[in-house]
Write a protein that binds this ligand. Structure first.
Ligand SMILES: *[C@@H]1O[C@H](CO)[C@@H](O)[C@H](O)[C@H]1NC(C)=O
Ligand SMILES: *[C@@H]1O[C@H](CO)[C@@H](O)[C@H](O)[C@H]1NC(C)=O
Ligand SMILES: *[C@@H]1O[C@H](CO)[C@@H](O)[C@H](O)[C@H]1NC(C)=O
Ligand SMILES: *[C@@H]1O[C@H](CO)[C@@H](O)[C@H](O)[C@H]1NC(C)=O
Ligand SMILES: *[C@@H]1O[C@H](CO)[C@@H](O)[C@H](O)[C@H]1NC(C)=O
Ligand SMILES: *[C@@H]1O[C@H](CO)[C@@H](O)[C@H](O)[C@H]1NC(C)=O
Ligand SMILES: *[C@@H]1O[C@H](CO)[C@@H](O)[C@H](O)[C@H]1NC(C)=O
Length: 812
């Protein structure tokens, strides 16, 4: 008897699924409870998970990276119907119809039910032999048992919020089904959220980003055969190859890795933006390479009804005064879509009598969906027009026009750049009580401030002590990490030998130029891609005026630079470092630098090229300032550092040098130049510099692009106006700022263009340039704002003439 039991048990064990990881699953081998399925090369894992941070009573079928410590989910099956327990949970091939299905308990009832299924028209094949497996690219497939190349269902046809390489976004033209990336509802709930992206339902190749699956807030531009016109960095980079394919059966966008060892994903996340991440094995974290749209507040209605989006804020959303989040809990989980509501309700009787008042929100971008009220001729009339209707929520009165809003206000945005833009004061309706509460809060705040000051002084003393300890710990931790990093060939950055580079450059024979930090030589290197080796042209920079900086420190800084990739930044390919000798290897830019083209007498860049260069450089700098994990100040923005691609798209060179060179940097810079040129006033006066120093230099470059000549050459009114008379030399930006103020931007443009300019773009460029060179750092816009302004997304006020420069001109 006992022998029989033992034999039986042994048999049962043979047939039970291997605990931990199985290769495939079938009707006879389901996946139970905590078991997982792992792809053949061990990259992806399929199983049941609970979202990180949640209370652990909801279980979802998901796919994640097996070897990445922080579970990173790339696909979820039962997005809206979690299981309540692992007991009796089972992923199986249905013996009845061959579908893949997830069965288990939900809610209070312990009885297992089918919560998710591949939902293929049944019966596929009764008594099915179908099997499911997870492939090396992360695709979960259900295949016909008799014929494994016949894929019946696959997860790539039903993406969640993530697109991994080889997966697609698009439309199945036969079934009419779309492959859409849809954000999670919040950080702990994979149910579909408000934001999604997929191909244009009207059939063009463009990808639309949509709010509530209807309202488009970003378009990538159409596929031009090479890139999506308005998102080149997403589709032309060194990590993967993007293609848009259209056949009678489908149209799809697919990314293919150049190197299958790279781990990367694109996620449509809770902020409504798509972000491309790349896994950095050395630092064990995800690095963001691009986001689209780049600006948080370009996402429609991110902050819900009455919520205000704040591009500069630590959190993207806040409520206006007198309002509070509808759901604090949701806001805590990064789901702001529920928006804000008034702390005390409006008191509006339908006979038209009300005690409600209005609160002014200055400097906001006005929401859409407004109604013009023609009858109101003054602010008072406009206000009373709004007051008369109980559904009226807000009004503005500007330029003699009265506009009111009924219903919920969406897409409010705090602006900074055009702070005195008329029409950006929004008067928001609040109840009498709401307004009173605000006033009393203000008074209390004053009292609290006194205590606060005392508190801060005490806390400061304590904090200094704590900081000293913390700093010491960080130093130790960094040292440890350095040791491990120095030995590795960091992410796609090659380490060359001196011999390699000498051979590549034919013993440094062909000098391309001399920059601030050394000479640059042209070279040709062999690169291995798979089994093939190809020859690539490179530019090798021999660093000079370099102090005795540690090798490890240098390697560390270089490797962080290697991770920075943007279509408007020159790509660092590798480096050589030994003792004092250090070289950097960059991609080769066939057209050389901007100064070579812009200031030459025999060529004249078209306005269109110039504007594209302005935008490209602005985007590149914005990426350095806002897009990288650590903000990078370029410190040396000038035409010599703007290189041009074959198709004239600009790439910024020499970024990160300030970090690489450490203390030697500013010495190298000032001794090289010695003139005022592009340096911001705060730099010259020796104050600490911020990203706004780059903004200043960028403004100077803008003027040169507009005028086609060096700012520092001086400029004579005669040449420009052609009026004759005495010649007086002026520093061009000052003269131009004056013209902009007078509204005569046409006079500022390069005479060689013969008026062939887009006057709207010229106006924009001139105004932006003037704002960029303001004396006060706070008055200058951020590069993100500059991008917005150049794209025409925001209105730009007429800027004042900067004082320092005027002063400077009288000196020379
Ligand atoms: C399942 O596979 C077995 C053996 O491979 C075969 O005999 C049987 O006919 C298959 N059943 C179906 C429905 O294909
Ligand atoms: C297997 O399935 C594929 C795809 O449906 C089909 O093209 C092929 O003919 C099938 N092979 C056999 C042996 O049935
Ligand atoms: C799609 O096409 C229709 C008809 O041509 C047009 O009315 C609609 O605006 C288009 N939709 C989008 C999102 O472009
Ligand atoms: C989203 O769209 C649906 C219909 O498509 C609508 O019922 C719902 O109210 C919309 N949500 C919001 C917040 O407007
Ligand atoms: C990129 O994709 C295109 C289109 O499929 C293909 O022709 C090309 O060879 C690919 N390039 C690389 C480097 O894989
Ligand atoms: C990457 O892996 C896929 C299979 O997942 C394969 O088809 C492709 O050829 C591989 N590419 C390279 C460059 O090795
Ligand atoms: C409107 O109704 C309120 C009470 O609901 C009353 O106090 C007020 O006098 C009325 N006003 C007019 C203009 O009828």
């Amino acid at each position: 008897m006992s022998q029989i039991t033992a034999t039986f048990m042994a048999l049962a064990l043979c047939f039970a699924p291997a605990v931990g990881a199985a290769a495939t699953l079938s009707a006879r081998r389901p996946l139970r409870g905590k078991d997982t399925l792992v792809s053949a090369q061990g990259k992806f894992e399929l199983g049941l998970f609970t979202p990180a941070g949640s209370s652990g009573d909801r279980f979802y079928l998901g796919i994640w990276y097996k070897n990445i410590p922080d579970q990173t989910i790339i696909w979820v099956g039962n997005r809206v119907s979690p299981l309540s327990s692992l007991a009796f949970a089972e992923l199986r091939v249905s013996a009845e119809d061959g579908n893949l299905e997830l069965v288990g308990p939900t809610g209070a009832s312990a009885a297992p039910v089918v919560v998710w299924s591949s939902n293929l028209p049944s019966p596929l094949s009764p008594g099915s032999n179908n099997t499911a497996e997870i492939r090396n690219n992360g695709n979960l497939v259900l295949v016909d048992g008799g014929n494994s190349s016949n894929v019946l269902w696959q997860s790539f046809d039903h993406p969640t919020d993530t697109q991994v390489p080889e997966a697609w976004v698009g439309e199945n033209k036969l079934t009419g089904e779309y492959q859409v990336l849809t954000s999670w509802r919040n950080a702990q709930d994979p149910a579909p959220g408000m934001f999604s992206d997929t191909v244009d339902p009207n059939g063009t190749s463009e990808i639309f980003f949509m709010w509530n699956r209807s309202r488009v807030y970003m378009r990538t531009g159409v596929w031009n055969g090479r890139v999506f016109a308005r998102m080149p960095e997403a589709t032309k980079n060194t990590i993967y190859n993007t293609t848009y394919v259209e056949t009678p059966a489908y149209r799809r966008v697919i990314n293919e890795l150049y190197d299958n060892a790279t781990i990367t994903r694109i996620v449509h996340d809770l902020t409504g933006q798509s972000k491309m991440y790349i896994w950095m094995p050395t630092s064990q974290n995800w690095q963001i390479l691009w986001t689209g749209p780049m600006l948080q507040c370009a996402v429609y209605a991110l902050c819900g009804a009455f919520g205000v989006c704040d591009q500069g804020g630590k959190l993207p959303c806040h409520c206006p005064p007198g309002f509070a989040p509808v759901s604090e809990a949701d806001w805590m989980l990064s789901d702001w879509s529920s928006g804000c509501r008034r702390r005390s309700p409006l008191t509006c009787a339908h006979n038209g009598s009300t005690t409600d008042g209005f609160l002014t929100l200055p400097d906001v971008k006005l929401p859409d969906d407004s109604l013009a009220v023609g009858a109101a001729q003054s602010k008072v009339e406009c206000e009373s027009a709004c007051r008369k209707s109980c559904s009226c929520q807000a009004y503005t009165f500007s330029n003699g026009e009265c506009t009111v809003w009924h219903g919920e206000l969406r897409n409010l945005q705090q602006l900074y750049m055009d702070s005195d833009n008329p029409g950006s004061d929004l008067h928001l309706r609040l109840s009498e009580r709401g307004l009173q509460d605000l006033r009393s809060v203000d008074k209390k705040k004053m009292g609290r401030k006194l205590w606060l000051v005392l508190g801060i002084i005490l806390a400061g003393v304590a904090a200094v002590g704590a900081l000293v300890i913390l700093a010491w710990r960080i130093v130790l931790a960094r040292r440890r990490r350095l040791v491990s990093m120095a030995n590795e060939n960091v992410f796609s950055l090659a380490v060359y030998s001196y011999g390699d580079l000498r051979a590549a450059t034919k013993n440094f024979s062909e000098r391309l130029g001399r920059g601030s930090f050394g000479s640059v030589y042209r070279g040709v290197l062999k690169q291995h891609k798979g089994d093939n080796s190809i020859r690539v042209q490179v530019a090798v920079k021999k660093l000079e005026s370099f102090g005795r900086q540690g090798d490890k420190q240098f390697r560390m800084e270089v490797s962080t630079l290697g991770c920075i990739q943007h279509v408007n930044l020159v790509r660092l390919l590798g480096f050589y470092s030994s003792g004092d000798e250090k070289m950097l290897v960059y991609e080769y830019m066939p057209r050389g630098s901007l100064d070579g083209l812009l200031f030459r007498d025999d060529t004249c860049l078209s306005w269109c090229d110039r504007y594209c260069i302005m935008l490209g450089v602005a985007r590149g700098l914005a990426y350095l300032h806002h897009g990288c994990r650590e903000c990078i100040i370029h410190c040396d923005v000038k035409p010599e550092n703007i290189l041009l691609d074959e198709d004239m798209s600009p790439k910024i060179a020499d970024f990160g040098m300030a970090k690489l060179m450490g203390r030697d940097f500013s010495r190298a810079l000032t001794t090289m130049r010695g003139t005022v040129g592009y340096l911001a006033p705060e730099w010259i006066s020796g104050q600490p510099i911020s990203i706004k120093a780059d903004v200043y230099s960028f403004g100077m470059v803008l003027f040169e692009l507009i005028s086609g000549r060096r700012n520092s050459n001086g400029y004579s009114e005669v040449e420009v106006a052609g009026t004759g008379g005495s010649e007086s030399l002026t520093f061009f930006p000052v003269w131009a700022a004056g013209k902009v103020l007078e509204g005569e931007v046409g006079a500022v443009a390069d005479p060689r263009l013969r008026g062939e300019v887009m006057s709207e773009e010229l106006e924009r460029a001139c105004r932006v340039a003037c704002w960029c060179i303001q004396d006060e750092e706070e008055q200058r816009p951020t590069m993100a704002q500059v991008v917005q302004a150049l794209e025409g997304a925001v209105h730009i006020q007429v800027p004042p003439v900067p004082r320092t420069l005027q002063h400077l001109v009288t000196l020379t």
